[in-house]
Write a protein that binds this ligand. Structure first.
Ligand code: AMP
Ligand code: MG
Length: 345
């Protein structure tokens, strides 16, 4: 398939991308969280193309993207008070609300669920593109399934050239991890996936909120998580990742020892480092000075380790702050839950 690459973002080009959507095509587009791969949420055949292009399991639903809060009723048949409060306070922004589905939204979008994930991105290009399409856009992240989500145009060009009808090349994703998913269909708003909007944010506007038990723990084979995406190994680079978590100096000592040991065994070794000491690895990438920067850099760093053919990566985690949960959730998954705790928790 020929992919149209849109490098200049202007009204005429976004209008063309909108036409592609209405014509049943799939288009990759930037958002503030990660890049998405979109199709009309009303068009089952177009949505099927997304699953095919990504190699995505068909029981993992997509999120419906809208240009404005006034459009939410196109996707959802009910807006509970908690959801309304979240939209009033944080929309447009990096979160998805799970609501009861409107029948017009095709079942293939929601993988047969009676609920739908609704999101209003804040990125101006995303909003202009959705508006130009004139229909709700069903979109997951624009990566090949199982690989780190794309946070810049180069990642999308790498994964989706020849698979998407068009790619809109915008800037780098500012948040860098996918949207917070908040289930508002029950009494207490429940975070199914952590992200840029935190549990504290949810509690501050709704007066209540909780984390789903699968936010940090892995899902066992006989469990059916509320967020189907939780079952799958996500964000996994080719390199074998281990998280080293705990007090900073302890993590530094363990990682330094591991780097030497694995190099001796003949591996190329990478470190994703919160500390700025030199760990002696073949490739060391800084995760920044706090977890907000870590979130922004994480997926790009995982891809860089693969580009350089790194065999083994140690990711240092030694700081808890409001973005810590979003970072840890992705780190644990990219490591397939291989975690070394350097002190008793
Ligand atoms: P992605 O944008 O690639 O991260 O994929 C969308 C994520 O949203 C996946 O983890 C889905 O499982 C989740 N999701 C989408 N719709 C729903 C829903 N109705 N209920 C729970 N989770 C959902
Ligand atoms: Mg994804």
């Amino acid at each position: 398939m020929d992919t149209v690459i849109i490098r200049e973002i202007n009204e005429a080009n976004l209008a063309k991308a909108g036409e592609t959507i209405r014509g049943g095509g799939i288009v990759a587009f930037p958002t503030e969280t990660v890049y998405g791969l979109g199709a009309s949420a009303y068009d089952a055949e177009a949505v099927k193309k997304i699953y095919r292009a990504k190699g995505r399991p068909s029981d993992n639903p997509l999120i419906v993207h809208l240009s404005d809060v006034s459009q939410v009723e196109k996707a959802a048949r009910e807006i509970p008070e908690t959801a309304q409060k979240l939209f009033d306070s944080f929309a447009p922004g990096p979160f998805t609300v799970i609501l009861k589905k409107q029948p017009d939204i095709d079942d293939i979008v929601t993988a047969g669920l009676d609920t739908v994930g609704v999101r209003i991105p804040s990125d101006p290009t995303a909003r202009a593109f959705i508006k130009a399409a004139g229909v709700p856009i069903a979109a997951p992240s624009a990566n090949i399934s199982g690989k780190p989500s794309p946070t810049c145009a180069e990642h999308v060009l790498h994964d989706m050239t020849g698979r998407a009808d068009a790619i809109i090349c915008g800037g780098n994703a500012k948040v860098g991890v996918e949207s917070t998913i908040i289930d508002c269909t029950g009494e207490i708003p429940t975070i199914l996936r952590p992200g840029g909007i935190t549990l504290e944010d949810v509690i501050s506007v709704c007066g209540k909120g909780q984390l789903d038990k699968h936010v940090l723990s892995s899902v066992s084979a006989n469990e059916q998580p509320k967020c189907p995406g939780m079952k799958y190994k996500h964000y996994a680079p080719d390199a074998d990742v281990t998280v080293v978590e705990g007090e900073k100096s302890h993590t530094e000592r363990i990682i330094s020892d591991m780097v030497q040991e694995y190099k001796r065994k003949g591996n190329t070794v990478g470190v994703l480092a919160m500390s700025d000491i030199d760990f002696g690895a073949d490739l060391q990438i800084s995760s920044g000075k706090n977890n907000k920067e870590f979130a922004e850099r994480l997926f790009g760093a995982l891809r860089k380790f693969d580009d350089r053919g790194i065999d083994v990566v140690f990711a240092q985690f030694c700081m808890e702050d409001s973005y810590g949960l979003a970072v840890k959730n992705r780190l644990y998954k990219s490591a397939g839950n291989k975690i070394i705790y350097t002190e008793k928790k």
